[in-house]
Design a protein around this ligand. Structure first.
Ligand code: SF4
Length: 525
């Protein structure tokens, strides 16, 4: 019997380490050590309910545990096979307990492909990972495929970059493959910095070897010998687990010289960033690794031609890379069998805000946003009305209730004025002031602007001043028009994506909730 106890950052913060220690003590005290294996996993996904655990094979899900609950849980569940009802998950609407993991709507309606190992392996055990088909994708890519056929498989899969822009991953790899040069690099962007986003952190904490596999396969495709994972230092647990994974992979000949006897050499190092949002921008990230101040530079040249240290470079985010090994193992056509015409596979979202079920969600592309909020998210607490969902963080936009049937698809989401982004989904109920929401995101962006170019440095400051003035009830006629004028000027002339998308939350709030801006201004008169 296994007990999978969540050991993600969220559960650690709510006391899962004390719960686990007590569990270890109780299991030992009752002489169950030979029959019960306690496994600390990465993020289980249902973050709002931590500390939580799953008793396998019965698949009974326990939530919001305290260390003092453990003696009863061990006695009842492990000794007598009886559920402890007060610790079970309850349906937020009916209040009835739902004991079995698979019956809980939050889990039942998801399709965990990228998150396939979350909550069921010890991320610090390479054996656990190998037991779940780990490194078979790498073996296939290195021993049975050519660099060209790896890229072809990626093109067939239709996988698009999950960091936000949605550029086809296979095409990016093909450009780098065809770039001349003996020295090339593979980078993993783990600098997730959007407010409300925790997808990449959770993947690294729960399944670090999956990301390493993606990097090894990418490296083989372009013949790179060195990779870097650029991870913000605010993610210490992710950094620690990735470091352990790198050392385990080196020890097993899965990284380093002559990987799996293929004759291919590749190694990976972690580079810790200091938490600047702009360092998630690819050219700024590369500068930071080079030891310079993390500031973007104009493109072209694109990194596939001139990236890190002016060498051809692939940069993919954590979620993108975590899909690669499964694509090699099951084939690009398998991956492309799910999704819409132009958006294939699944997408991970960090669901938060005014929603009953806060956590990590993975759904097939094509799923309606309404289904994420209501079927998986359990709807809005206290039966309040939904006002909007902010998708894509500070670079994204809000989607009002009237457009909630939009499907998860890069192009369809863009049509309603938002972006897929990296997957932050913040739900807002009818009490939310949308002017204040726009001010919040602009305040973040203004703070994170690197200051290199005037439109972003000065323009966002002026926008923020206007929004603060309107929020304070001091807005005047003409302020909204000035906000719009500044927005189009910044979008058109800012140097990098941070500035080019900085106005998106303001513009989408104006598009759907202009009456709230007007009401704030009229309030003054
Ligand atoms: Fe820096 Fe903003 Fe210009 Fe980007 S747009 S280079 S973040 S000042």
């Amino acid at each position: 019997r296994h007990i999978f106890i969540c050991g993600g950052t969220g559960c650690h913060a709510t006391g899962s380490i004390a719960v686990k220690n007590r569990l270890v003590e109780e299991v030992a005290a009752r002489g169950l050590t030979d029959t019960v294996r306690i496994v600390e996993t990465g993020c289980n996904g249902f973050c709002a309910l931590g500390p939580l655990l799953l008793v396998h094979p019965e698949n009974i899900f326990y939530q919001k545990l305290a260390a003092d609950d453990i003696p009863e849980l061990v006695e009842e569940q492990l000794v007598h096979g009886r559920q402890v009802e007060r610790l079970l998950y309850r349906d937020p609407q009916t209040k009835k307990p739902i004991p079995h993991f698979g019956d809980i709507p939050f889990f039942a309606r998801q399709q965990p492909w990228t998150l396939r190992n979350k909550g069921v392996i010890n991320p610090e055990s390479v054996e656990d990972y190998i037991g779940r088909d780990g490194y078979r994708g790498t073996a296939r890519a290195l021993l049975e495929m050519t660099p060209e056929s790896i890229v072809q498989e990626m093109l067939t899969s239709g996988l698009r970059g999950r960091g936000g822009a949605g550029f086809p991953t296979g095409m990016k790899w093909q450009f780098a493959q065809r770039s001349a040069g003996d020295v090339k690099y593979v980078l993993c962007n783990a600098d997730e910095g959007d407010p409300g986003a925790f997808m990449d952190r959770s993947i690294l904490e729960a399944d670090p070897h999956a990301v390493l596999e993606g990097m090894i396969i990418a490296a083989r495709a372009i013949n790179a010998y060195q990779g870097y994972i650029y991870c913000r230092s605010e993610y210490p647990l992710a950094v620690r687990r990735v470091q352990i994974a790198i050392e385990q992979a080196r020890a097993l000949g899965l990284l380093g010289h002559n990987i799996l006897g293929s004759g291919f050499d590749f190694d990976v190092e972690i580079y810790q960033g200091a938490g600047a949002f702009v360092c998630g921008e690819e050219t700024a990230l590369m500068r930071s690794i080079e030891g310079k101040r993390g500031m973007p530079r104009p493109r072209p040249p694109f990194p596939a031609h001139k990236g890190l240290w002016e060498k051809p470079t692939i940069l993919n985010n954590v979620e993108t890379l975590a899909n690669v090994a499964q694509i090699m193992l099951n084939g690009g056509a398998w991956y492309a069998s799910v999704g819409t015409e132009k958006s294939k596979g699944t997408k991970v979202f960090a669901l938060s805000g005014d929603v009953n079920n806060i956590g990590l969600v993975e759904v097939p592309m094509g799923t309606p946003l309404r289904s994420i909020v209501y079927d998986i998210g359990g709807g809005i607490p206290k039966k309040r009305k939904l006002k909007a969902v902010q998708l894509g963080g500070p670079s994204g936009g809000c989607i009002p209730e009237a457009y909630l049937d939009v499907i998860i698809d890069y192009e369809e989401i863009a049509k309603v004025g938002a972006i897929m982004g990296s997957g932050g989904a913040i739900v807002m109920d009818d009490r939310t002031c949308m002017v204040d929401m726009a001010r919040f995101f602009l305040d973040f962006i203004q703070d994170e602007s690197c200051g290199k170019c005037t439109p972003c440095r000065e323009g966002t400051r002026r926008q923020l001043e206007l929004l603060e003035k309107i929020c304070a009830g001091k807005g005047e006629d003409g302020d909204i028009e000035l906000l719009e004028e500044l927005s189009s000027m910044i979008t058109e002339s800012a140097l990098c994506g941070l500035g080019q998308t900085a106005s998106n939350p303001v513009l989408s709030a104006l598009r759907y909730f202009r009456d709230e801006f007007d009401a704030h201004i009229k309030q003054k008169k």
